[in-house]
Write a protein that binds this ligand. Structure first.
Ligand SMILES: [Ca+2]
Ligand SMILES: [Ca+2]
Ligand SMILES: [Ca+2]
Length: 405
């Protein structure tokens, strides 16, 4: 058994953390955070960029194009070194995730992309909230897992279970193959890659991704009804690309942020790990898995505030005052979506109980839905003050409605 060598977290100035929490200026280095707080070194795994944490050594400022990808110690040092060569700064996380906590120098607001390489412990409820809010606000997430029954620290949870628990309602549009799912432990090299030239994950700045080599990985089922932006990037050999199942790599958007899903950790293994760990293979170079992974990391990293509709979704989402207000009987709710997607409109009473709701996958642009003033049992909802709430992938909007006799 290896013992991870961890250095204490340096005490950084709170002011620096606050300033760093602002969006990076155009042209600034992208900031990647590699997680090592969820047992990423359990068992045979060594999913760290370096044992010097949070900042790897030798210093990344000394890395040049010819620097070997083994300059740091860890089975995913190549990912870190290759990102530094592309202008990123890289850091290792060794504390619980927070978002918006200026006292935490590793707060997610200080980063452009979060990389979680096969977590082996559950995210806490507050960590789940932090991750999803970070992505919603424009952060990137690279979610890597492994095959079904891959619980490396015997706590009862493997990475497919842990990722599904992050997002039980599939806000991100993806279900990880686990117990009861097909193809939850596959060994396969697939070149069944999304061919769209507009797809920056498969056709990105690193070039065209040739495919993926899985050595015991799981596959995804996609749920476009839950997140219309979800798309397959690599499918299993022979599977039609219209299929929402048997997907080896996928991507989606959530709010202004972007997520990449990879069903196996073997492709991120670079074949050189900490001393004592010999159960490693160079997946990074096998069938050039790194092309897909580096394209995806660059695509997911926080957007500059100059992009298109999908990146301004939150600003373009609106819910108008009900008409009439106050109302005696029916009320009209007008809202507008930044893009096609699922919308849920609900009316809550002052006690927070849901009186009425309507959900529908809806087109981009303005909509008008009418509430007849009756509850779900068909009874008149009565007089009083009600909260009207619009829930979408781009965020939530609320307004109030008064009903009078
Ligand atoms: Ca575990
Ligand atoms: Ca594997
Ligand atoms: Ca390595």
């Amino acid at each position: 058994m290896r013992t991870p060598h961890r250095r204490p977290t340096p005490v950084l100035c709170v002011v620096v953390a606050l300033l760093a929490g602002l969006a990076a200026p155009v042209g600034a280095a992208k900031r990647a955070l590699f997680d090592n707080f969820h047992a990423e070194q359990a068992g045979n795994a060594d999913w760290v960029i370096d044992n010097d944490q949070p900042t790897p050594l030798p210093a990344q400022g000394a890395i040049v194009l010819s620097t070997p990808r083994t300059t740091w110690t860890g089975a995913i040092s190549s990912w870190g070194v290759d990102l530094v060569k592309r202008g990123f700064t890289v850091t290792t996380n060794n504390a619980a995730f927070t978002y918006g906590n200026a006292a935490n120098p590793l707060d997610l607001a200080n980063f452009d992309v979060l990389i979680v390489p096969e977590p082996n412990t559950l995210f806490s409820a507050s960590e789940c909230t932090a991750i999803l809010a970070f992505v919603h606000d424009g952060g990137g997430l690279i979610a890597v897992g492994d095959h079904h029954v891959s619980d490396r620290n015997n706590d009862g949870f493997d990475s497919p279970m842990i990722w599904n628990a992050l997002d039980p309602t599939r806000l991100l549009g993806v279900h990880w193959g686990t117990a009861g799912d097909a193809n939850n432990n596959i060994v396969q090299t697939s070149t069944n890659v999304n061919p769209a030239a507009s797809d920056s994950v498969t056709h990105g700045p690193e070039g065209v991704a040739p495919g993926l080599a899985f050595h015991n990985g799981t596959t995804f089922t996609l749920f476009p009804a839950d997140n219309p932006s979800v798309r397959g990037e690599v499918w299993m050999t022979g599977v039609a690309q219209s299929s929402t199942a048997s997907v080896m790599a996928a991507s989606s958007r959530h709010g202004s942020g972007r997520v990449f899903f990879l069903g196996d950790s073997s492709p991120i293994d670079d074949g050189s790990a900490n001393p004592g760990n010999s159960n490693i293979f160079d997946g990074w170079a096998e069938i050039a898995d790194s092309v897909l992974i580096l394209n995806a990391t660059r695509w997911a990293s926080r957007r500059e505030p100059t992009l298109g509709v999908a990146d301004h979704g939150a600003a373009m989402l609106s819910l108008a005052q009900p008409r009439p207000n106050p109302s005696h009987a029916a009320a009209l709710f007008a809202f507008s979506l930044p893009a096609a997607g699922s919308a849920r409109l609900e009316v809550l009473d002052v006690g927070g109980r849901r009186v009425w709701s309507r959900s529908q996958v809806s087109a981009s642009g303005p909509h008008e839905w009418t509430w007849d003033g009756r509850d779900r049992a068909g009874r008149d909802a009565g007089a009083g003050l009600f909260l009207v709430r619009l829930v979408t992938a781009w965020g939530t909007r609320t307004t109030r409605l008064a009903r009078v006799r």
